[in-house]
Design a binder for this molecule. Structure first.
Ligand SMILES: Nc1ncnc2c1ncn2[C@@H]1O[C@H](COP(=O)(O)OP(=O)(O)OP(=O)(O)O)[C@@H](O)[C@H]1O
Ligand SMILES: Nc1nc2c(c(=O)[nH]1)N=C(CO)CN2
Length: 202
């Protein structure tokens, strides 16, 4: 209650990177919403809503309580087409994207394992609503209509049977790292590429 009141009064607006979270999206099978590109388009507002609801619940706000929607910022990467990595041969290409979430309302919630697990449960429910059928997946990294992975939440480290944070394979995956970098390029600190003649000596 106090937290959201402070938020609405604009009192608690200081926020910083430690509570930023990122979610990766991937799909390479059609869903009821259409091909993977249509699925990701359809899931975008649903995922934002899911994160809003998770945050409100985690902050203990009463349902229906008015919250400042500007308190949560979602920065979306473009959609990328990527070749399947791992899994069975002959899979369709993937559509991948990443959303980076931060803002003063999210900063009110201290990253912790319990809240991360409850967000994961909501992500898995959303996958299911978009046609993900885990029973039909016979081997690892099979094609799927929607995959939502929690990449990181601030500096939180989790080693739970249902959740590992940061995502252990994040850094190996160009289909995650490239969209992640693209989602972040709106920030003030955009790295500037050094021209090759001023760069490496080799
Ligand atoms: N950071 C995480 N984000 C999402 N799921 C996770 C994470 N850490 C562990 N898991 C667990 O992984 C389980 C399997 O997820 P899933 O089938 O989507 O894996 P995958 O996407 O095929 O493979 P990968 O884990 O390599 O991305 C989930 O049910 C979840 O409990
Ligand atoms: N290109 C691509 N390959 C994958 C992907 C994905 O999202 N994109 N997800 C996987 C399991 O999470 C395995 N392989």
């Amino acid at each position: 209650m106090c937290a959201s009141l402070a938020d609405q009064l604009g009192v608690s607006t200081a926020y910083s990177a430690p509570s930023t979270l990122a979610v990766a999206l991937g799909a390479n099978l059609a869903s009821a919403f259409g091909p993977p590109r249509a699925t990701l388009r359809a899931v975008r507002p649903e995922l934002e809503q899911t994160i809003h609801e998770w945050l409100s619940t985690s902050l203990g706000e009463a349902s229906g309580e008015r919250v400042n929607p500007a308190g949560l910022r979602c920065r979306w990467s473009p959609l990328f087409e990527t070749d399947p990595v791992g899994g069975p041969p002959e899979q369709p290409v993937y559509i991948n994207a990443v959303v980076v979430v931060d803002g003063p309302r999210l900063a009110l919630l201290q990253p912790c394992e319990a809240a991360a697990l409850s967000l994961l449960a909501r992500l898995l429910a959303l996958e299911k609503r978009f046609g993900r059928d885990r029973q039909a997946e016979l081997m690892r990294w099979e094609s799927r209509s929607l995959d939502l992975d929690l990449l990181a939440w601030g500096a939180l480290q989790v080693q739970h049977e249902a959740l590992i944070l940061p995502h252990p394979r994040l850094i190996e995956r160009s289909f995650v790292v490239v969209p992640l970098a693209a989602a972040l390029t709106g920030v003030a600190q955009v790295p500037r590429r050094i021209p090759p003649d001023l760069g490496w000596l080799e």
